[in-house]
Each structure stands twice: as C-alpha cells, then as structure tokens.
Design a protein around this ligand. Structure first.
Ligand code: OAD
Length: 249
C-alpha cells in the first residue's frame, strides 16, 4: 500500500513520464517473451539461426518464415490492460514518452501515439540491400505453422530480398530513434520500466541515463530483473495487474 501511495504521488507531481516497455507488456496478450524459461522464444529457438544478418543470408526462407509466423501471432492478438493503461496515462501527465523494445504494434492499437520502437517493427519490412521500405505485406490471417519456411519477397526498387524490419543481434539501433529515447531518458522526471529483463543494451541503458539525470526510476515486473538495482522502487506483479492500479490512485 505504501508503495502504491509513493507512486501515485510521483505520478501526480510528474511533468515528463517515460514508459520503457519490454516483451512482458505483451505477454498477457499471448505473445511469447524472449528470456522467460520454457515459454521464452530464445528457450525454444536459436537466435543465432534466426536473428542475425548472417542467419538471413544463410537461410532467408527460414528467417522470413519465422518472422511471418510471429507477425501472424501479433495480428491475432489484442492489446491487454497494460497497453491500455499506458495509453491512458498519457492523458494524466503533462508529457509522456513511450519507448518500447517490442516489435509488435499493440501499444499503437491500444491508442498510444508516437511510440518509439527501439528494435524496429514486425510490420515494417525493408530491403536487405537498399533498405527501401516494402509495402506488400499480407495483412490477412493465414495459417502459418511454427517454423514454416517462406521465401521473402523481392524489393520493388532494387530487386534485393526483403527482410523483417527488426533490429538483429550485431546490428546498431537506428540512430535517430536511439537519440530520441536517450534524450527522453535524460529529461524525464519519472521512468516506469515495465516487463523487460533489462539484459539488452543500449536499450537497458535508458534506465541508467534516467537515474543519473535525477529521475525517479520504478521497475514493474513479476520477476527479478537486471534493472532492479538501478530502480528507486520495484513493484512485483504483472503489467496488466499493476499498471491499471496506477490509474486508480
Ligand atoms: P525478455 O524476454 O528478455 O524479458 C521479459 C521480461 O518480462 C522478464 O523480465 C519477465 O519477468 C517479464 N514478464 C513476463 N511476464 C510478464 C508480465 N505478464 N508482465 C510484466 N512483465 C512480465 O524481453 P525484453 O527484455 O523485452 O530484441 O527483451 C529485450 C530484447 O531482447 C527484445 O527486444 C529482443 C530480444 O532479443 C530484439 O528484437 C532486437
């Protein structure tokens, strides 16, 4: 209860709220996280074979098929109470910046605007060779099987192979996107770190930036995370349980 009062007060006094979300925010929409034991994607699939530029060059059909399988799961999924609460928070504070590591569009579908996607999007593929955006993705639900191989389309500009619009291991984050996120981290006075293991940098570095710049940092997670030690406060629970409670106070 004391915890809730502290955070309600922080929210009331807050001028610029930064919400930093990870896969845990979409977990209650049925989208698998990456690092949770058993249910996490990286417990079942080898990122070296699926989430690097080398993997795409070696086996584009395996990689494209796997991302299409994930995109189809997202198309089937709906935003949950956590996504909706974050969208609602935007009307409770003078300024809210939402930075997500998630490659789904559930924040947008819950009504959040100007979402900063640090790791790209499943819904914005582009050419592997010339980076031109590709607009021909099928938005119909099909019946993909797990691990189904699928040839990626060809780029209409240069004829190269189209790749998923996500950041892979070994690739830099889009510079302007990272800079916008880091600027928000340095300017915010309250940061909510929701549903992330805090294991992937530079994304996780945002919490350090915010803390160093004097913001109050609060972690919301059902399990311990690598950012607990950076936080002033750790709230233990799921995103869809905790975030709506912040709106009640
Ligand atoms: P992880 O899978 O590493 O961590 C998920 C976090 O969500 C864990 O801390 C869980 O405890 C927590 N969690 C699980 N269920 C939850 C729930 N219902 N509510 C709240 N939290 C819950 O996912 P991320 O930290 O987002 O990179 O992973 C970071 C990046 O690593 C991803 O963006 C992806 C991956 O490789 C790229 O795609 C580039």
């Amino acid at each position: 209860y004391r915890e809730a009062v502290m955070i309600a007060e922080a929210l009331r006094n807050c001028r610029h709220l930064l919400v930093f979300s990870g896969a845990g925010v979409s977990a209650e929409s049925g989208i698998a996280t990456f690092r949770d034991a058993l249910s996490g994607l990286w417990a079942r699939f080898d990122p070296a074979r699926l989430a690097t530029p080398e993997a795409f060059l070696a086996d584009p059909e395996l990689v494209w098929g796997w991302y299409e399988w994930r995109r189809q799961q997202v198309l089937r999924a709906a935003p949950n109470a956590a996504h909706r609460a974050i969208a609602e928070l935007a009307s409770r504070v003078p300024r809210l910046t939402l930075v997500t590591q998630n490659v789904d569009d559930l924040h947008e579908r819950a009504g959040s605007q100007a979402v900063i996607h640090l790791h790209g999007s499943l819904h914005a593929p582009c050419c592997f060779d010339c980076a031109a955006p590709y607009a021909g993705l099928d938005t119909e639900l099909s019946e993909p099987e797990q691990g189904r191989r699928l040839p990626p389309p060809y780029c209409g500009v240069c004829g190269g192979r189209v790749r998923p619009g996500v950041v892979w291991f070994g690739e830099p984050l889009p510079l302007a996107t990272l800079e916008a996120a880091e600027q928000a981290a340095k300017q915010c006075d309250l940061m909510l770190v929701v549903g992330t293991a805090g294991a992937v940098y530079p994304a996780a570095g945002l919490a350090h930036h915010a803390r160093a710049a004097g913001a109050r940092v609060v972690v919301l997670n059902p399990a311990p995370s690598a950012l607990d030690e950076v936080a002033h406060q750790v709230l233990t629970g799921t995103a869809a349980t905790l975030l709506p409670q912040l709106l009640d106070d």
